[in-house]
Design a protein around this ligand. Structure first.
Ligand code: PLP
Length: 433
């Protein structure tokens, strides 16, 4: 399988080249040359397959022979070394929990898969060390740090805005040490992002440092997110009903992976793009016009994206045909007040504790089921553990959350970070270290 740039101005590359580059040289996103279809036998035998087999068989055509099967099997096995439980809340609504990985958010799946693919690529050519440079507003940095921790030949440099991430997120970024360095930027997330962009186009750095990025546009992060749609389908509570999946969305990588799984043959009938007030995509689905906007802060802050990077890939999956897309995806958006109310209602009616992102997914699913009296049942993706957003969750449900054991350990660890004021300081750090 080869990948081309959606800006059409770079040459085609194979899977590992696309993973190593992240973005194509013409700044376009990589997209597979064709979409593989799974055999009927794959679905007939799905019940007998474990998670590793499901992941291996679905990713194999995308990898296209550049990683030997025996390694690929090990990579998906390691990347998925935790559970993906389904918790039914009503007879038609269930939560598909994606937060049982090490940093308690779904991004662990893509980050762990990507880290292992890069480690394989690096081991093949004894080139100089690879440096992953990433800016984070919270969740991405933790998942990347953990995913790449102690991976041979790879160094991770994370920029985070001083005082703008939660205590838990800061601990996840700053306490690992070894090949992970956290740079604490005196500024906001956009300043971190700008510095990262400057580094990627700086010719001196290009010459000296073997730099790559690990953000959600990387195909390894995107495609690995298909795995749990197949797992969720296999374990769905109401197999006789049509399945609808609601995806709380920000940069739209997660929904885009679900849509790819459907194109490969996975019988999910419908998808919900559920957002907070950063609603460029639901607005588009309503009007047919796409107007990216500056992002606005909300309680579900991992979804505060005004111009989602993966939107172009979603359109491509439907050959830019608005009506085809609209048949498969419905969009709904919610305010913080709606989100808090949902957290409270879910807890009161079912005893389940959702996080603000999952609550947005729940709201979208609920609304779709109310509007469609056909035989639909749904899953909403619960993308983070509620403890990561304990302040808003506790205020909504008026109950204190229990801190999971693995976090107690984390909270005791010592923070180490390097303060950084401007691009010049980042540059000398990258060139000197
Ligand atoms: C990143 C994130 C999202 C948004 O996912 P996208 O793929 O960017 O749409 C939703 N929930 C949580 C908890 C996240 O960390």
């Amino acid at each position: 399988m080869n990948y081309y740039s959606l800006n059409f101005n770079s040459k085609d590359v194979n899977f590992l080249e696309a993973v190593q580059k992240g973005l194509a040289p013409d700044r376009g996103l990589y997209f597979p040359k064709h979409i593989p279809k799974l055999d009927k036998s794959f679905f007939d035998e799905l019940d007998q397959k474990n998670n590793t087999q499901i992941a291996f068989e679905t990713i194999l055509p995308f990898v296209g022979g550049v990683i030997p099967e025996i390694y690929l099997q090990q990579i998906v096995h390691d990347a998925l070394s935790f559970d993906f439980p389904i918790v039914p809340l009503t007879n038609r609504i269930a939560s598909l929990e994606l937060f049982h990985g090490p940093t308690l958010a779904f991004k662990d799946v893509g980050a762990r898969f990507m880290a292992r693919c890069l480690a394989y690529a690096n081991a093949q050519k004894s080139k100089k060390e690879l440096t992953i440079l990433v800016a984070t507003s919270g969740d991405t940095g933790g998942a990347v740090a953990d995913g790449f921790y102690k991976v041979e030949g790879i160094k991770v440099v994370i920029l985070f805005p001083k005082g703008k991430v939660s205590l838990l997120q800061e601990k996840q970024l700053t306490t690992l040490g070894k090949n992970i360095t956290a740079l604490e930027v005196d500024g906001v997330f956009d300043d971190c992002q700008d510095m990262v962009k400057s580094a990627f186009i700086d010719p001196e750095i290009k010459n000296e440092v073997n730099l790559t990025s690990a953000n959600s546009i990387n195909i390894a992060r995107w495609l690995a997110q298909m795995f749990y749609y197949f797992i969720g389908y296999k374990n769905r509570p109401n197999p006789n009903n049509k399945l609808v999946v609601s995806v709380p969305s920000g940069n739209f990588g997660n929904l885009c992976a679900g849509l790819m799984a459907k194109q490969m043959g996975l019988p999910i009938d419908h998808f919900i793009a559920a957002t907070n007030i950063n609603d460029s995509v639901p607005q588009f689905l309503e009007t047919g016009d796409y107007h990216p906007k500056p992002s606005q802060p909300t309680l579900s802050n991992a979804m505060d994206v005004g111009d989602p990077s993966n939107f172009i890939r979603i359109q491509k999956l439907f050959n830019n045909d608005f009506f085809k897309l609209k048949k498969v995806v419905s969009g709904y958006s919610y305010t913080d007040a709606d989100t808090l109310k949902a957290l409270k209602t879910i807890y009161k009616n079912t005893g389940y504790i959702a996080d603000p992102h999952g609550a947005v997914g729940y709201l979208g699913l609920n609304q779709f089921l109310e509007n469609n009296n056909e035989d639909y049942s749904g899953l909403f993706l619960e993308t983070a553990h509620p403890i990561k957003f304990s302040k808003s969750v506790e205020s909504a449900i008026k109950t204190q959350l229990k801190v999971p054991e693995k976090l107690k350990e984390l909270l005791k660890r010592e923070k180490t970070s390097l303060p950084i004021k401007n691009y010049k300081e980042l540059k000398s750090y990258l060139l000197d270290s």
